[in-house]
Design a protein around this ligand. Structure first.
Ligand SMILES: Nc1ncnc2c1ncn2[C@@H]1O[C@H](COP(=O)(O)OP(=O)(O)O)[C@@H](O)[C@H]1O
Ligand SMILES: [Mg+2]
Length: 270
């Protein structure tokens, strides 16, 4: 526990970028982090420094019934990564059907991953609704919605604020009601960007988790195979650190190791 997912009605808003950087920051603060990629684009592994040539993955192996831990890959950030795996579009659609018919094919293994109380699972998702995200809704603790500070995103903020962006179902509404917002690529000196930021502050209140400025260092970092959070002194690194701190604040302190109990503390003092 817990399960945090970077989600959005839109693509290209920074879900993968934010998921990778926040996962790295949480690991740097000593948390046990597992990064899980649910997007067939299979891009999270690239942000986390794994090779482009690597094809194996967790989701791509689900239909074969492969055990989840065989897909785990280490990263230089101390994060354990479950890449999606390389798939053809047809395989991605088949996987979608499998998860629609049998959501437990995904929720079962993720429940096992969550059994370690100290672990934080950071999930990257494809844009919009997906069978994979639906399968995990009952397990999700914190959806972090990512939007850009532009006109297209502004029109979506009311649906994030009222909790209807995941649909009208009971579980979707419950989970969406807990969603927090990360507004990405903000440019405070641009009137539209700053107006969207004001709207997000008014609509979301304390559920505006973080604001990340538009920073060329983000794209340059990806080309250099470095995370923006490693580029100290950049605006992106500072904003992402604040986002990770705010997220940790929401999650609270790490759970005690499972074997730890007050009774053991007491016994230890005798
Ligand atoms: N704060 C930012 N400043 C500048 N560029 C950014 C920022 N966040 C993301 N980007 C760029 O935007 C593009 C889309 O980001 P990505 O994380 O792939 O979005 P998504 O996962 O939502 O599709 C990438 O090229 C990324 O480098
Ligand atoms: Mg992505």
């Amino acid at each position: 526990m817990p399960l945090v997912a970077f989600v959005s009605p839109k693509g290209g808003v920074g879900k993968t970028t934010l998921a990778a950087n926040v996962a790295a920051l949480l690991a740097a603060r000593g948390r046990d982090v597992l990064a899980l990629d649910l997007d067939p684009q299979n891009a999270l592994r690239l942000h986390l420094g794994r090779s482009l040539r690597e094809e194996d993955g967790f989701l791509s192996g689900l239909s074969r019934g492969a055990a989840w831990h065989t897909a785990l890959r280490p990263t230089s950030y101390g994060i354990s990564l479950l890449p999606f795996g390389a798939v053809e579009p047809r395989q991605a659609m088949e996987l979608g059907r499998l998860l629609t018919d049998r959501p437990e094919a995904l929720s079962g293994p993720v429940r096992e991953m969550l059994a370690d109380a100290r672990r934080i699972i950071v999930v990257d998702t494809p844009p919009g609704p997906s069978p994979a995200l639906s399968a995990l809704l009952p397990l999700l603790d914190l959806p972090v919605v990512v939007l850009l500070a532009d006109g297209g995103s502004a029109s979506l903020i009311p649906r994030i604020a009222d909790g209807s962006f995941l649909g009208r179902g009971t579980m979707a509404t419950r989970v969406a009601g807990q969603a927090v917002l990360a507004l990405n690529q903000v440019e405070v000196d641009q009137p539209l960007s700053s107006a969207v930021l004001d709207m997000a502050r008014t609509s979301m209140g304390s559920r505006l988790l973080g604001v990340i400025g538009r920073d060329l260092a983000v794209a340059e970092g990806l080309a250099d195979r470095r995370l923006p959070v490693e580029m100290h002194g950049t605006r992106a690194a500072e904003d992402l650190a604040l986002l990770a701190e705010a997220l940790l604040g929401r999650l609270g302190p790490p759970a005690l190791p499972p074997h730890h109990s007050l009774l053991q503390d007491w016994a230890g003092r005798q």
